[in-house]
Structure formats: C-alpha cells, structure tokens
Design a protein around this ligand. Structure first.
Ligand SMILES: Nc1ncnc2c1ncn2[C@@H]1O[C@H](COP(=O)(O)OP(=O)(O)O)[C@@H](O)[C@H]1O
Ligand SMILES: [Mg+2]
Length: 256
C-alpha cells in the first residue's frame, strides 16, 4: 500500500481538487483507494460529495469511533470499477474549534491512530491512501506527512506560495527526511504555450526548489463550470486537458 499526502503552504492552491481527482483516476481504473480529509481546519470533502454523517474522522482520532464507523464507500455512487473509500472531516464550526484546541499529547495519540487507520485500510485491500491536508504546519498535516510514503507539495507561481513551500521543505520535509515532489498549479497558459516559454517557467521554478518537479498544471477557468460538484472532473470530462494531466500525475506517482 502506498500513502500520499497532498499539501501546500497556503489554502487555495488546488490540494482538494487534485486529491479528489487523483483518487477518482485510481478508482476508475479498478484500484482500491482511500481518500482522507485531513484538513480539519477547513474540511471540504463532505461538501464536495454532499454527504451528511454522524461519525467523522475527528471521532476516530479522538478514540470515539472505529474505522468502520467513519469510512464511506462511494464507489457505487461514482460508478467506478474499483473502490473509493472516503473518510470525512467534520465541517461543523465547533468541531473545527475543538481540533484547534488539542494539545501535543493528543496529537501524538492521533498519530498512532492514523497509523492504525492505515493498517486497517490495508486489511480492506486498499492499495493507495490519499491525505488531503491542511495548509502549513498544522499538526494534522504533519501527522499525514509523517505517515505518508511521499508528498506532493502544491504551489502556484505566487511569490508567497513559492516562498512558503520553500520553508516547508526546509523545516518540515527535510527535517523528517520525507520524499517530496513539487506540483505547480494554476500556471498561466501563456507561459506554457511554446517550448521556449515552458523552459523559462521550469527554470524559474527550479530556482526555488531542488526537489523534483512532477507537473505543471495550467489554470483552466472552465473548471468552475463543472456541472456536478459530486462527480470528479476527471470522470465527468475525460478528454479535458486538466483530466489528462491529472491522469499523467496519477500514473507517474506509480513509479515514485
Ligand atoms: N488548475 C486550476 N485551474 C482553475 N481552477 C483551479 C485549478 N486548481 C484549482 N482550482 C480551483 O481553485 C479553488 C481552490 O482549490 P482547492 O482544491 O479547494 O484548494 P485547496 O484545497 O488547496 O485549498 C477551487 O475552486 C478549485 O476548483
Ligand atoms: Mg482543500
């Protein structure tokens, strides 16, 4: 089983969109995937999938629920060949506040629970776990990064995102000796229009990062026109260039 965390220094870089769509690529190809909402400060998967729950990942981390209570099988709903097992974070305001108040001891216990969750998922034949994390160094992201085999660090070309990602690499990924790959998202299509311009963009990116650049994803305004929020874009519009690049990323991840 492989665990991948998807992370960034700031919100809005595309972590959730990528997590959700990479998971959908794998599940549509017959694999068993678990997508876990580890953005406890701004949960979004429950809204994206339009689900209401009584038990959440938060309850599992608190030791108040078991894996079977919090994992939801959405394969039939999405009509995928494999299985898509989702763990949702509680989007209620009080739940977000509560998790922000947790101390270090709780966080250490939560890390052990995350490890157990991975073991349980493996017993359920899950071959890939994807953690959609909270931006920055919130403990839940650190737990996800520590438990993952590799991380995708998403940045836009915005200076604040780039420098924030640089700091995360230095203070978090290198400190924990974790494998990390860079994805630049929302690139200006103009900068990718010719080989020359693309090379210039890659050169600019490489001034910020020594770690490998996995992909550059252009900004596509029509992603906002997605007809159904509950179906991932890659399944809805298979031939769209965004879907192609996400499939390429998913397949490249197999060799990392
Ligand atoms: N390549 C892209 N082109 C256009 N819009 C994008 C792209 N990537 C992400 N977005 C949009 O940006 C917004 C923030 O993305 P999201 O995945 O929620 O970010 P995060 O989870 O990192 O906070 C969403 O509306 C999403 O659809
Ligand atoms: Mg998100």
């Amino acid at each position: 089983m492989k665990a991948i965390s998807i992370h960034s220094s700031r919100g809005g870089t595309g972590k959730t969109l990528l997590s959700f769509n990479i998971a959908a690529v794998y599940a549509s190809e017959g694999r068993n995937v678990s997508l876990l909402d580890f953005d406890f400060r701004a949960p979004s998967l429950s809204t994206l999938f339009g689900v209401e729950r009584r038990r959440w990942l938060n309850d599992y981390l608190n030791g108040e629920a078991e894996v079977k209570d919090i994992i939801v099988d959405l394969s039939d709903r999405l009509g995928v060949k494999g299985r898509l097992l989702v763990g949702f974070a509680n989007p209620e305001m009080e739940a977000m506040r509560e998790i922000a108040r947790k101390d270090r001891r709780w966080q250490m216990r939560a890390l052990r629970r995350v490890m157990r969750l991975k073991d349980e998922l493996e017993k359920m034949d899950v071959d890939t776990v994807i953690f959609d994390t909270s931006p920055g160094v919130h403990y839940s992201s650190v737990n996800a990064i520590v438990s993952a085999d590799l991380s995708l660090l998403i940045s836009t070309m915005d200076l604040v995102d780039l420098e924030g990602a640089q700091r995360l690499i230095r203070d978090l990924y290198e400190a924990f000796e974790k494998k990390v790959y860079i994805i630049v998202n929302k690139a200006i299509p103009y900068e990718l229009a010719t080989r020359e311009r693309r090379e210039m963009l890659v050169a600019r990116i490489s001034r910020y990062f020594r770690h490998p650049l996995l992909a550059i994803i252009p900004c596509y305004c029509d992603l906002l026109l997605q007809s159904s929020r509950r179906r991932p874009f890659v399944l809805e519009k298979r031939e769209h260039p965004f879907s192609r690049v996400v499939r390429e990323i998913a397949h490249r991840l197999d060799h990392l």
